[in-house]
Design a protein. Structure first.
Length: 366
C-alpha cells in the first residue's frame, strides 16, 4: 500500500508540473502571436499595401535552428512540425495565406501545401496544373503547389513546360513521402473489379496490383482524390490514394502501403511572384538552352564545375520552337545572390541562347 501511495503522489507531482508547463507554453505562444501581429503592423506602416508577410528564407532558418537546438526526447522533425504550426497560426494573424493545389480535396498536393505552410493556410483546389499557375499569376492565390518529380517515376514534364511561358518564380520546395493505400467500399479484394488512380500512382503500385489484383481494370484519372470519389460510388471498385482521401470520401483502407518502393517520395515546387532572399542553405533553378552542336551542353555547363557549384538535377524538354530543339532545366546548390553563384550565372547568361532564373529558394526543411 505504501508503494502505491508513493507512486500516486509522484504521478500527481508530475501532472501538476505538466499543467504548469502548459500554462507557460500558452503564455509564450500568445506573446509570440502578439509579436507577429506587431510585425504585420510595422510592415504595413512602412510599405503600405504591397506587404510581403510570408518570408520563406526566415521560416526555413527558424525551422533549421529549432532542429539544430533540439536535445530530445522528441524527434527533431516532430519538433520542427510543431513550430511550423505555431508559425502558420501566427502568420495567419498578419494575413492568412492562400495556396492553390491540384485538387480535389485530399490529394498529395494538398498534403504538400499543408506540410509547407501549416494548417492555417487557406488551400484552394484547382482542376489542372495550368489553372494553378493562372490562379497565382492573377493574384487570386498567393502561392501554388505543383508536383515536379517522383523518386520512382521521374519528372512531371507538364509542370516543367509551364515554366517556359510563365513569369512565376519558384519560392520553395516540399519533399513528401508517398504512401499509397487501397481504398474501397468492398469488404475484400475478391470483390474489386476496377481500380481508379492517377497514372503515376498506378505505375508506382504496378507490382502489387499485378500480384493481388491482376484481373481488375486499371483506370487512370486526374488525381488520387478523384479516384477515391469515384470508388465511393461503386461497390466493386477501389482507389489507390492517400489516407486523407479515405477520410474525406468515407472509404475503408483495405490494404495499407501498397507502393512498390518503400522510399517512394514526390518533390513539389512552391510557386509565387518572387523568390526568396538567401537562407544559408538554398537551391537555384535555371532554364537554359545551347547551340545544337557537339559538346554544346558540356561547354555551357563547364563554369559550374570550374567554380565548384554542385548541379543536383538536369532535365531536357522540347523547346517547341523547332524540331529537335531542346531546353534544359537545371538545379544547382546555392542562392543566385551569393558571391560564389552570381558570377557563374552571369557567365551562363552570356553563353546560353536562352537563360532564365526560375528562382532561388530554401532547401526543403521538413
Amino acid at each position: 500500500m505504501t508503494t502505491g501511495s508513493n507512486d500516486d503522489s509522484e504521478l500527481e507531482i508530475v501532472r501538476n508540473r505538466i499543467d504548469a508547463i502548459d500554462q507557460e507554453l500558452l503564455q509564450l505562444i500568445s506573446e509570440r502571436a502578439r509579436c507577429a501581429q506587431r510585425v504585420g503592423h510595422i510592415k504595413t506602416e512602412a510599405t503600405g499595401s504591397a506587404v510581403q508577410f510570408y518570408r520563406p528564407e526566415r521560416e526555413a532558418a527558424v525551422l533549421r535552428g529549432v532542429k539544430d537546438a533540439n536535445q530530445g526526447p522528441l524527434d527533431s522533425e516532430e519538433v520542427a512540425r510543431l513550430f511550423r504550426e505555431i508559425m502558420s497560426a501566427c502568420l495567419a494573424l498578419e494575413r492568412p495565406l492562400k495556396a492553390a493545389f491540384l485538387g480535389p480535396e485530399g490529394t498529395f498536393t494538398q498534403a504538400a501545401a499543408i506540410k509547407h505552410f501549416g494548417h492555417s493556410v487557406i488551400t484552394k483546389a484547382m482542376g489542372t496544373t495550368d489553372e494553378i499557375f493562372r490562379e497565382v499569376e492573377s493574384g487570386a492565390c498567393d502561392f501554388g503547389v505543383v508536383p515536379v518529380e517522383n523518386s520512382t517515376e521521374g519528372v512531371v514534364s507538364h509542370t516543367l513546360d509551364l515554366f517556359m511561358s510563365s513569369s512565376l518564380m519558384i519560392t520553395g520546395e516540399v519533399s513528401l513521402r508517398i504512401h499509397h493505400h487501397l481504398l474501397s467500399r468492398a469488404a475484400d479484394l475478391g470483390a474489386i473489379r476496377t481500380v481508379y488512380s492517377h497514372q503515376q500512382s498506378l505505375a508506382q503500385c504496378r507490382a502489387w496490383l499485378d500480384r493481388y489484383l491482376p484481373s481488375a481494370e486499371r483506370v487512370a484519372v486526374g488525381s488520387n482524390a478523384e479516384a477515391a470519389r469515384l470508388a465511393a460510388k461503386e461497390s466493386d471498385a477501389a482507389a489507390v490514394a492517400g489516407i486523407q482521401a479515405a477520410e474525406i470520401y468515407h472509404l475503408e483502407v483495405l490494404v495499407e502501403r501498397i507502393e512498390d518502393e518503400p522510399c517512394n517520395t514526390t518533390r513539389f515546387l512552391v510557386i509565387g511572384k518572387q523568390d526568396s532572399l538567401p537562407s544559408g542553405q538554398d537551391k537555384t533553378s535555371l532554364l537554359l538552352s545551347c547551340k545544337n552542336k557537339a559538346g554544346g551542353l558540356h561547354s555551357l555547363l563547364e563554369p559550374l564545375a570550374a567554380n565548384g557549384l554542385s548541379m543536383t538535377r538536369i532535365e531536357s524538354r522540347p523547346s517547341r520552337r523547332g524540331v529537335w530543339d531542346y531546353v534544359f532545366f537545371v538545379d544547382i546548390l546555392g542562392h543566385r545572390q551569393e558571391a560564389q553563384v552570381a558570377p557563374v550565372l552571369n557567365q551562363l547568361e552570356k553563353d546560353a541562347l536562352l537563360f532564365k532564373v526560375l528562382g532561388s529558394y530554401p532547401l526543403a526543411v521538413l
